[in-house]
Design a protein around this ligand. Structure first.
Ligand code: UFG
Length: 323
């Protein structure tokens, strides 16, 4: 299939492009390179532009026979979304609406959408399944939930078929060592800890020690980037086979606190990791852990790298050799 990978030069998108090619599909990348890197597409076709620009989309859809779209061009920082909601609604909602308009105009009716665990907000009970209450507590989560609802309406009205994948915490790097996380500035926990281990940064800040968790730090469910991308391949197959649009959690069902991740990183790297205690970061829920049984049952997905040691070790390999 010819798959338009919007945001395909970014962290998740670039791993997706590689896995699409390995699976025999033809990716076409659209990325404005605001966060992505041209070399991360590893030679795949790259069109530089923003997915909210009709003058970019029109010639693209006219010249390429796109079968399906994957959308990775979202802004993803929870704390930034609290400070700058306009940026999030403009990019994650308005730009994506323009993309949907172009898809419909050109008869492209299949989409795999990058949604997020942040749609659940402050979970009452965990693990969260897809029927858990939706109640995002930050503009980032609200922007993604808004788009999920738009997609449901577009399915009923226009026959757009969509699978929304609710990622928990994407982490790790390409097991072959060709790709990894290259956000600038970096805000995610695991790559920042590894910068401390490699000496690129002095200490890791721990945002909040007073959460209602056993050690007082936030708990997250980390999922290997390669497993996340495999779920997209499964979603593509599912859409192709005529399955109805749906939403799926993607996580391993195991929660690790910030303090536990620091300990695991010490053990994987064999390096000391200095910690600085800070106040809570705005917008952070205490616990997010997935029940991903639906993805396993309906998409036939199962993670290859569920162990946190593998996730950290692949990211560590990238930190040492890839950057
Ligand atoms: N954290 C620190 N210090 C840091 C960075 C992070 O203590 O320097 C903490 C955060 O406060 C949070 C945890 O580590 O408790 C994980 O933070 P990340 O920034 O790595 O990830 P988030 O959980 O904030 O968000 C990520 C994605 C979102 C997605 C979410 C789903 O960025 O897009 O996972 O769980 F919605």
């Amino acid at each position: 299939m010819k798959v338009l990978v919007v945001g395909g030069a970014g962290y998740i998108g670039s791993h997706m492009v590689k896995q699409l090619r390995n699976a025999g599909h033809e990716p076409v990348v659209l990325d404005d390179l605001s966060n992505g890197h041209a070399d991360a597409v590893l030679g795949a076709k790259l069109i530089v532009g923003n997915c909210g620009a009709p003058d970019v989309l029109e010639p693209l859809f006219r010249s390429q026979k796109i079968d399906c779209v994957m959308h990775f061009a979202g802004l993803i920082q929870v704390e930034e979304s609290v400070r700058e909601p306009a940026k999030y609604y403009n990019n994650n909602v308005c730009a994506m609406m323009t993309l949907l308009d172009a898809m419909l105009r050109h008869g492209v009716k299949e989409l795999v959408f990058s949604s997020t665990a942040a749609v659940y907000g402050q979970a009452g009970s965990t693990p969260l399944d897809e029927s858990s209450p939706i109640s995002p507590i930050n503009p980032y989560g609200r922007s993604k939930w808004f788009m999920e609802q738009v997609l449901q309406d577009y399915e009923s009205a226009y026959g757009l078929r969509t699978i929304s994948l609710r990622y928990f915490n994407a982490a790790g790097a390409d097991p072959d060592g060709e790709l990894g996380e290259r956000h600038e500035p970096e805000t995610h926990l695991i790559p920042l800890i590894l910068r401390v281990a490699s000496g690129r940064q002095d200490a890791i800040q721990v945002f909040g020690r007073d959460y209602p968790t056993p050690d007082g730090t936030c708990i997250r469910d980390y999922i290997h980037i390669s497993d996340l991308c495999n779920a997209h391949l499964a979603a593509l197959e599912s859409l192709r086979s005529g399955a109805k649009g749906s939403a799926y959690n993607l996580g391993n069902g195991k929660g690790f606190s910030v303090a536990q991740i620091i300990e695991a990183a010490k053990s994987v790297t064999g390096r000391p990791i200095q910690v600085i205690e800070r106040d809570r970061r705005a917008g952070d829920p205490a616990i997010l852990v997935a029940n991903a049984d639906r993805a396993r049952a309906e998409l036939g997905w199962s993670p290859r790298f569920p162990d946190i040691e593998d996730i950290i070790s692949h990211a560590w390999n990238w930190e040492r050799t890839g950057l």
